[in-house]
Design a protein around this ligand. Structure first.
Ligand code: NAD
Ligand code: DAU
Length: 395
């Protein structure tokens, strides 16, 4: 089937992997990457697909309601995969307004535009149907319509660390680490948990999730939401832990570990997230929420040690010789203690499983950043230097 899909935030980290997957896998689809190109958007992330005939880039702000509606109408869009967002917790602590504007108002603007477009297509279809003699042959394009909102596990708040020493987890998946496979508490995030966001970032994402559900419940818009755990992999902006630390280790700069480094995150390779998005966009049930994660919990300090060992080894240094770069700094305000996703609903209902074990994923990731120093140099020049100074100089 020919489809016309807008992927918002396609020039960002996860979005670029989703665009690449869709452009390569579905040559018959028209893939429109709608991105404002903020500091986090980078067209260099998509160099390998930019000349493909089914790929189109539109520079636009999701808050531009009129522009988005016109684009949907002109391009006969039948699907939206919405990833555009302000995504960094530390920035949200310094500037919450931008997060409310993009993540809440931007999502609302997209929803409203898609709703108007959907209603127009449906009313046209019912007119055409009335005019047609053979009703049963009539193929309704609107049945394929989807608004798929990409959200985060942070909306659920933070889990307790009931077992700081680590316990056997209830599940293992391909994404779980083979050498380190522990859970740090008995509870996990499930889809039915109450939302308890703590940071301005997660509050804005929670609010956008509520709007998406409201548009489904009130107007019957065909929506789906997923909440994913921390992603890692190529093309992530080096404000986030993994690329920032790889780059600092390479340049032997201090590694600013917040608090005692005891906070726990649940890591998933970005291409496995993109594969889940593909599956859920095509086969997910309308109105549903699915959690995405790999049962791969790590304390920050442990993952930092893995990064140091891996970078040292790949650069031909003595493994572990850069451990003294670890520098404990003032904790993040409101720092969530532990995230751990239970993705068993997705596995049970749609058969999704991660494809890459953590050890392979982290090795691939470190290699990618070391091999793509030019990409890193480009994104760490200019404004980044000021960002780094503001965020870390007096920490
Ligand atoms: P990112 O910051 O790398 O990319 C965001 C993209 O959105 C950029 O290309 C940016 O230019 C674009 N954008 C920002 N504001 C825009 C606007 N007003 N209009 C149009 N485009 C705009 O983000 P990411 O890490 O790839 O995250 C993508 C999505 O996935 C976000 O919605 C995020 O909340 C969610 N998510 C991220 C993770 C993670 O670990 N990174 C995990 C779960 C969910
Ligand atoms: O859980 C999903 C979320 O994961 C996404 O929704 C967010 O968009 C994404 O940014 C990520 O949020 P985190 O805050 O967990 O990611 P970050 O890489 O910023 O931090 C990971 C952990 O490392 C966190 O406990 C804070 C810590 N940290 C981070 C940085 C940048 C440090 O100790 N030092 C640092 O310099």
């Amino acid at each position: 089937m020919n489809r016309s899909i807008i992927i918002t935030g396609g020039a960002g980290f996860i979005g670029s992997h989703v665009v690449r997957l869709f452009v390569n896998k579905y040559p018959e689809y028209k893939i429109i990457n709608l991105d404002k190109l903020t500091y986090a958007g980078n067209l260099a992330n998509l160099k390998d697909v930019e000349d493909k005939p089914n790929y189109h880039f539109v520079r636009m702000d999701i808050c531009d309601f009129e522009g988005v509606l016109k684009l949907m109408q002109e391009e006969h869009v039948d699907g939206v995969i919405h990833l555009a967002a302000e995504s960094h917790v530390d920035r949200s602590i310094k500037d919450p307004f931008t997060f409310a504007q993009t993540n809440v108002m931007g999502t609302l603007s997209l929803l409203q535009a898609f709703k108007l477009h959907y209603e127009e297509v449906r009313s046209q279809e019912s007119e055409d149907r009335m005019a047609s003699r053979n009703h049963s042959d009539f193929c309704l394009r609107s049945t394929a319509f989807r608004f798929y909102h990409i959200s985060t596990d942070e909306v659920y708040g933070a889990l307790e660390m009931t077992h700081p020493e680590g316990i056997e987890p209830p599940f293992t998946t391909k994404a779980s680490s083979g050498t380190h496979h522990l859970a740090y508490g008995e509870r996990f995030f499930t889809e039915d948990l109450k939302y308890q966001p703590h940071s301005p970032y997660s509050a804005s994402k929670a609010s956008s999730d509520h709007f998406v559900r409201a548009f489904h419940d009130t107007y019957g818009l065909p929506t789906i939401i997923t909440n994913c755990s921390n992603n890692y992999g190529p093309y992530q902006f080096p404000e986030k832990l993994i690329p920032l630390f790889i780059n600092n280790i390479r340049h032997r700069k201090p590694l600013p570990v917040y608090g005692r480094g005891e906070n726990v995150r649940d890591w998933l390779y970005v291409e496995d997230h993109a594969r889940a998005i593909d599956l859920i966009f095509h086969e997910g049930k309308i109105g549903e929420t699915y959690n995405i994660g790999g049962f791969n919990e790590w304390k920050n300090i442990d993952i930092i040690k893995v990064l140091i060992n891996t970078v040292d080894r790949l650069l031909g240094r003595k493994e572990g010789e850069d451990m003294d770069l670890i520098t404990y700094v003032t904790d993040r305000a409101g720092h969530d203690l532990r995230y751990a996703i239970d993705s068993s609903k997705l596995q049970r209902e749609l058969g999704w499983e991660p494809s890459l074990q953590f050890e392979e994923g982290i090795e691939k990731t470190v290699r990618w950043y070391l091999d793509n120093q030019e990409w890193m140099d480009n994104v760490t020049s200019g404004d980044y230097l000021k960002y780094y100074e503001d965020m870390y100089a007096h920490r």
